[in-house]
Design a binder for this molecule. Structure first.
Ligand code: ADP
Ligand code: MG
Length: 190
């Protein structure tokens, strides 16, 4: 599959009217890919179904079309992969794989507990990409201020947030889940 995307979504598929908290101008600016040339990052924060993964794939897809090296990774799978590599003394090789692309998308940080070792490995990766000025997009349901819970350590969480957020577009999406757009929970229609 292209760049390991689970599916392809574009900005043309995005219903901006449904999710007015998404800063359209900023997202369209990101789609010009200048942020990749600068090595800037993107953090998309919001509850499930608000379009974080969709937007990250849409931007990643633009980058693929522009012949950038892009890799999409589910956060917990990425962490499991690094832990597995570490146990097999193949960590350096695996790190290089995740380091080399000009855009890495880490999807769904915070959905699953990553443990201390996982947190340390994720910090190493983010730190190396930061040093190399390579762009990372992170999607998460957990606001950055509560990443201590995700990393099991406020020190590690701050170190990761520090690098990711230094040159970063922070996009907070506060609307409803698109998955539930035709469902009324607790409404008068049941
Ligand atoms: P999240 O990653 O925030 O949990 P997703 O990006 O996976 O949410 O969105 C859930 C589903 O709804 C996906 O199929 C996505 O394409 C679709 N979707 C979400 N927001 C929109 C939107 N504003 N316009 C069109 N499709 C959307
Ligand atoms: Mg998602």
């Amino acid at each position: 599959r292209m760049a390991n995307f689970p599916y392809i979504k574009t900005l043309a598929d995005f219903d901006w009217g449904f999710q007015p908290s998404v800063p359209r101008g900023l997202v369209e600016q990101l789609a010009t890919l200048e942020f990749i040339d600068r090595g800037d990052n993107v953090v998309l924060v919001g509850s499930p179904g608000v379009g974080k993964t969709h937007l990250s794939i849409a931007i990643g897809h633009e980058a693929v079309m522009a012949r950038k090296q892009v890799y999409f990774a589910d956060c917990s799978r990425l962490v499991e992969d690094l832990k597995h590599a570490s146990a097999k003394e193949a960590l350096a090789r695996r790190m290089r794989f995740y380091e080399h692309c000009s855009l890495l998308i880490i999807d769904e940080l915070g959905y699953l507990d990553i443990g201390k070792e996982g947190a340390d490995l994720l910090f190493q990766l983010v730190n190396r990409r930061y040093a190399l000025k390579r762009s990372t997009i992170v999607t998460t349901n957990v606001p950055v201020g509560r990443w201590g819970d995700v990393f099991g350590s406020n020190v590690t969480a701050s170190a990761v947030a520090d690098r990711l957020c230094h040159h970063c577009a922070m996009i907070k999406i506060t609307g409803r889940s698109y998955r539930l757009k035709d469902v009324s929970i607790g409404g008068e229609d049941g």
